[in-house]
Design a protein. Structure first.
Length: 268
């Protein structure tokens, strides 16, 4: 079995600065083992002995390898109906939404798509599967966006997904696709996916009724949080809602968005 190459403090520091400059992510010193674990295969793939050699590759002309490195260091776990109270709140918003008026949602760090399709299932329930609603997903990682857009998952990913939703909104794989499920194409028709780096100027998107930005800011320092939230909140409609993760807060980060309840904010 190949052992992972060692990384010096100086090499790790260079990768810390690189991922901060690119994605605004503050990688703590305690994440050194994680970085080594995620990048060692790439070193072996290229026949490199040191992380310095790999650093020179990704900061040079190899844009494909650079994106692969970003994908490996920014991908986080997600699952269907994670932090379910947020979806109960979304359901109430949809129920009170004026009939026929567009309802637009943005998941700012959609990862492999479980959050996106949870939102879709709630909106299909409340606004109709052919209703006037759209769910936009973005991430800095191209590889997770590809998974999300396909909407095809192994059955183990169904944890957290109510059985009735698995029957109602998913297609169970048969024959060579056994052990997997596909999100109903009628739901996927309401989605749009694109690569967006929240750490730089945002593209011309929105405005949105609801923005989810959950379990992302825990990786940002205070200044980056302020800049990202200010940037994103401009994409909210007046009276729109901003939802963050249960271990996050906007206290001291943003004064414009008003807290309704822990982790849920409203734009005046």
């Amino acid at each position: 079995m190949n052992s992972n190459p060692a990384i010096s403090d100086a090499e790790f520091s260079r990768f810390q600065k690189l991922i901060y400059d690119v994605a605004g992510i503050s990688m703590a010193d305690s994440k050194k083992v994680l970085l080594v674990g995620r990048l060692s295969k790439r070193l072996r793939h290229h026949g490199f002995d040191t992380f310095d050699q790999y650093y020179r590759l990704v900061t040079g002309s190899d844009k494909q390898e650079f994106q692969l490195m970003v994908d490996l260091l920014t991908t986080n776990e997600t699952y269907f109906f994670r932090e379910s109270k947020h979806f109960d709140f979304l359901r109430k918003l949809a129920q009170s939404h004026p009939q026929g008026r567009p309802f637009n949602v943005w998941s700012g760090a959609s990862s492999t798509g479980e959050e996106i399709y949870t939102i879709c299932m709630v909106l299909a329930d409340e606004l109709g599967i052919d209703g006037n609603w759209t769910v936009n997903g973005s991430d800095i990682s191209l590889s997770v966006l590809k998974v999300a857009e396909a909407g095809h998952y192994v059955m183990e990913k169904a944890r957290g997904l109510p059985p009735e939703y698995l029957r109602k909104y998913c297609l169970k794989g048969v024959r060579d696709q056994e052990g997997t499920f596909l999100i109903d194409p009628r739901l996927r028709a309401h989605t749009n996916f694109r690569q967006i780096n929240l750490n730089i100027s945002l593209p011309d998107i929105g405005p949105f009724d609801v923005i989810f930005l959950r379990n992302v800011m825990i990786y940002f320092d205070a200044q980056t949080k302020r800049e990202v939230v200010a940037r994103i909140s401009r994409k909210l409609k007046p009276c729109g809602h901003f939802i963050i993760g249960h271990s996050e807060t906007l206290t001291g980060i943003n004064e414009e968005l008003h807290p309704l309840q822990p982790t849920i904010y409203r734009k005046p």
